[in-house]
Design a protein. Structure first.
Length: 40
């Protein structure tokens, strides 16, 4: 019972982390590539 709850929490945190890193990466790409693309 308790172990199952922990597992669910861990899964949720992994999911959130994945979403966060995807957002962070796209943010960095937009910031990094934006000026570069405008110059070409």
């Amino acid at each position: 019972e308790n172990g199952e709850m922990k597992q669910k929490i861990i899964e949720r945190q992994k999911e959130r982390l994945k979403n966060f890193s995807v957002l962070a990466i796209s943010e960095v790409l937009q910031r990094g590539l934006g000026p570069y693309l405008k110059n070409t």
